[in-house]
Design a protein around this ligand. Structure first.
Ligand code: UD1
Length: 338
């Protein structure tokens, strides 16, 4: 297939582009590099031994987007591009809505214009209402609690309306749980700009000595050890979910939603211990106040993806830590600046 990938230079995007190339697909990336490095795709090309077409452009630049679509006739689009920091989204909500929601609307218009109606969209477990029972199933209530999450929720709603209005659309909405880890080569991985907001990249930077200690946000939750429990998923398994979804869309029209998680929970203290083990060094931490907006537990029921896509996350948490650490240790400052 010929696949367009927006945000393909980013963390999940680069791992997905690599797998697409490895499976023989031709890939064109459209990325504004606002939170990614072009080096990721140089390395993806080295690893795959194949080339990726890259265009450094913004989804808000309608003319550039149109030119890009004119230049690459694709069978499907995988849409990762978007802003994704919860804290930041509460400070600059307007930018989040414009970037994520308007960016997606522009993408949909460009797709329709070029008669390309197959789309895989990066959504998030954050769209679920925190009042839902656990584990989370795809048909449970949405109720995002911050502007970032609401951009994902609104895009899901837009995609549902679009798919309902016109049966030529084929849309997969993938709700990611907590992606961690890196490709086994250690050549590509997560490279956050500034202090990481998420736990595993933070722990990883402490282990490598870039930061002094991890702040554990609360140890009085109703969980076995009192710290927050999440469903961490290896980014390589997550990337494989996109290929499974693309394949499914080849023979199904309409809109489909799938959780991509493992169904297994790991607490903050378990993360710190497992990571210290993988890195072979202690990871200092201190217990601090809860982080506002956090839930005690988030856990996927991933059985729908297994049933319908034949996809399942197979990499255990220890491997997520070992792979994340290999990337961090060989790239302590992330990608080199260009
Ligand atoms: C966060 C976002 C979520 C987003 C996801 C992307 C919030 C409230 N939610 O999810 O919308 O989709 O990232 O991966 O930001 N923790 C610490 N110390 C840290 C960082 C985190 O103790 O320095 C704890 C948190 O309290 C939580 C767990 O680690 O219990 C995981 O946190 P994080 O990696 O930020 O993921 P989420 O909160 O699940």
């Amino acid at each position: 297939m010929r696949i367009i990938v927006t945000g393909g230079a980013g963390y999940i995007g680069s791992h997905t582009v690599l797998q697409l190339l490895e499976h023989g697909h031709d890939v064109a990336v459209y990325d504004n590099l606002s939170n990614s490095s072009p080096v990721s795709l140089e390395r993806v090309q080295e690893l795959a031994g194949r080339e990726v077409r890259t265009t450094w452009g913004d989804l808000l630049d309608v003319e550039a987007l149109d030119d890009f679509f004119d230049g690459f006739e694709a069978d499907a689009v995988v849409h990762f591009a978007g802003l994704k920091a919860v804290g930041e989204s509460t400070k600059i909500p307007h930018q989040y809505y414009v970037n994520n929601v308007v960016g997606t609307l522009n993408l949909l218009a460009a797709m329709k214009k070029h008669s390309m109606e197959s789309l895989v969209f990066s959504s998030s477990a954050t769209v679920y209402d925190p009042q839902n029972p656990l584990p989370l199933l795809e048909d449970m209530r949405r109720g995002a609690t911050n502007p970032y999450g609401r951009t994902k929720q609104q895009i899901e709603e837009i995609l549902e309306d679009v798919a309902a209005s016109d049966s030529s659309w084929r849309i997969a909405v993938l709700r990611y749980f907590n992606p961690v880890g890196a490709h086994e080569s250690g050549r590509i991985g997560e490279d956050p700009v500034g202090p990481p907001n998420n736990l595993v990249p933070f722990v990883s930077q402490v282990a490598v000595g870039v930061r002094p200690s991890v702040r554990v946000f609360g140890d009085d939750y109703d969980t076995p050890d009192g710290t927050g429990v999440r469903d961490y998923i290896h980014v390589v398994d997550l990337a494989a979910g996109h290929l499974a979804a693309l394949e499914y869309l080849e023979s199904h029209s309409g809109l489909f939603t799938w959780n991509l998680g493992t169904g297994r929970g790991t607490s903050v203290l378990e993360v710190i211990r497992a990571f210290a083990e993988a890195a072979g060094k202690p990871v200092p931490y201190e217990i601090v106040e809860r982080r506002p907006g956090d839930v005690a537990v988030s856990l996927a029921d991933p059985s729908k993806a297994l049933r319908e896509l034949g996809w399942k996350a197979v990499r255990p948490f220890e491997l997520m830590c070992a792979d994340h650490w290999r990337w961090q240790e060989s790239n302590p400052q992330g990608y080199p600046s260009t």
